[in-house]
Design a protein around this ligand. Structure first.
Ligand code: ADP
Length: 174
């Protein structure tokens, strides 16, 4: 059985991630989406919230399961029986980052391969950072994330009120 691990921060999950996982589900017997669960600076959603949003996104897909993890990704991949890591590639700058990560992971565990799928055209610009920034400014993210994520973003920003410094506004501010 071929199992691939799709690790990420997913803060929050968006249609770019969903597209990559669903396409991999057609190529592999099993896709495990793994939410990196340590709290980090500038993270909008807690590990539990990110996990719940990812779970809801794939509940109808039989061969995609969702979990969270901490520690080294290759070690977690080995533990769950995955033989490859799945990553998505958008623009050239992604390639450089993913290339370095793949080589580092290969040094750590040469038995775990890295499979990268090229994003579909309509998701090329899409990142969690962009989604967070648009939502923080009250913009419409309905074409970028599923409804349940949209709702979670609205609730989170309502909860944060004026304390929105958690989302650095870098490119889309007025
Ligand atoms: P990380 O913090 O590990 O980069 P992310 O949640 O940001 O986690 O992304 C997980 C994976 O999804 C990465 O390989 C990233 O390149 C990929 N990805 C993010 N956005 C897109 C997109 N729009 N299309 C395809 N792949 C994407």
């Amino acid at each position: 059985m071929s199992t691939v691990l799709f690790p990420g921060t997913f803060d929050p999950i968006h249609y770019g991630h969903i597209n990559i996982a669903r396409r991999a589900a057609d190529l592999f017997d099993e896709v495990i989406v793994a939410v990196y669960a340590r709290g980090q600076a500038n993270i909008l959603f807690s590990p539990e919230q990110r996990l719940a949003l990812v779970e809801e996104s794939f509940k109808t897909v039989g061969n995609i399961s969702v979990t969270s993890y901490t520690g080294l990704t290759v070690e977690f991949a080995r533990k769950v029986g995955a033989t490859a890591l799945l990553r998505g590639l958008r623009v050239f700058s992604d390639f450089e980052y993913e290339f370095r990560m793949a080589l580092a992971n290969n040094r750590l565990d040469p038995d775990i391969d890295v499979i990268a799928l090229i994003t579909s055209e309509e998701h090329t610009f899409l990142s969690s950072t962009t989604v967070r920034e648009i939502a923080a400014l009250g913009g419409d993210v309905s074409s970028m994330v599923p409804e349940h994520v949209q709702k979670a973003l609205e609730e989170r920003f309502q909860q944060l009120g004026k304390d929105q410094d958690i989302v650095p506004l870098t490119s889309l501010r007025d």
